[in-house]
Design a protein around this ligand. Structure first.
Ligand SMILES: NC(=O)c1ccc[n+]([C@@H]2O[C@H](COP(=O)([O-])OP(=O)(O)OC[C@H]3O[C@@H](n4cnc5c(N)ncnc54)[C@H](OP(=O)(O)O)[C@@H]3O)[C@@H](O)[C@H]2O)c1
Length: 250
């Protein structure tokens, strides 16, 4: 019996994680390193990106500061990227913004970071052949794209629904080079993101009770899904939106 059988191994793979300075991106980068991948991590905050870097335990990892909504930063990041076997595009934001308090400017900001930035990065990584044949790309969407999970998140949800839509078209287009594109749709996960807004800790605790498995997600719950999608264990899976939400959307 083979003892080191592990179809989820990422040994030998080079993987980019955006949004690696916090939350889901940080947990994903650390999990990928633990599964043997070489990491390229990016974020905006130098101190927190360094914290992630220090936890990778891999001196050969690379960290690149970039604001993905700034064209020059995106181009600089692309120019610095090695050939990749995988990418997890986690960078994003969410603001509870009821329509009555919104504005076109604020909606554009939401779409810039949650939709246009990852789609542009995906498009250019494929076009410039940064993505190796057989690479796997994971977009972080949200159950907000299909469910009214929290009041005031309509435009956030729309940005994630749009992301999921392009994910499916990209999966079809990029299959010719055997590049897979999938997404993860998390429910509420305990990261700094959910504590920054206008929702109180009491409201969050009450909301968590609506989850059949009795809690919000841990960042590792999402990171583990990303490991599967990045690994050869999912090599026949593309164009799929993987819901990881403790049963919320049942
Ligand atoms: N937490 C949840 O409940 C939940 C649920 C569903 C989906 N999501 C999605 O999961 C993703 C990660 O969220 P999170 O919970 O991990 O949030 P988080 O802890 O706030 O982390 C967000 C990350 O995105 C980066 N980022 C934001 N704007 C950026 C920009 N313009 N350019 C480059 N990087 C940028 C941040 O970088 P800096 O900190 O360095 O600025 C940070 O690393 C987001 O797309 C979010 O919508 C989260």
């Amino acid at each position: 019996m083979e003892t080191n059988y592990n179809p989820f191994s990422l040994a030998g793979k080079t993987i980019l994680v955006t949004g690696a300075s916090s939350g889901l991106g940080q947990a994903t980068a650390i999990a990928c390193a633990r599964m043997g991948a070489s990491l390229v991590i990016t974020g905006r905050n130098a101190d927190r990106l360094q914290e992630t870097f220090d936890q990778l335990g891999d001196e050969s990892a690379t960290q690149i500061l970039a604001d993905l909504t700034v064209k020059e930063d995106l181009e600089r990041l692309l120019a610095a990227l090695p050939h990749l076997d995988g990418a997890v595009l986690c960078a994003g934001n969410s603001t509870t913004l009821p329509l009555q308090f919104g504005s076109r400017e604020k909606f554009d900001e939401m779409f810039e970071v949650n939709f246009f930035a990852p789609i542009e990065l995906l498009r250019l990584m494929y076009k410039k052949k940064v993505l190796n044949k057989g690479a796997s790309v994971v977009l972080i969407a949200s159950i907000g794209g299909t469910h009214s999970f929290m009041p005031g998140n309509g435009v956030y949800g729309a940005s994630k629904a749009a992301l999921n839509s392009v994910m499916k078209y990209a999966a079809r287009e990029y299959a010719s080079r055997k590049v897979r594109v999938n997404s993860i749709c998390p429910g509420m996960v305990d990261t700094p993101l959910i504590h920054r807004g206008t929702i109180t800790e009491e409201q969050l605790a009450e909301d968590a009770k609506r989850y059949p498995l009795g809690r919000y997600g841990h960042p590792e719950d999402i990171a583990n899904g990303a490991l599967y999608l990045l690994s050869d264990a999912s090599s026949w899976l593309t164009g799929h939106d993987l819901v990881i939400d403790g049963g919320f959307s049942i």
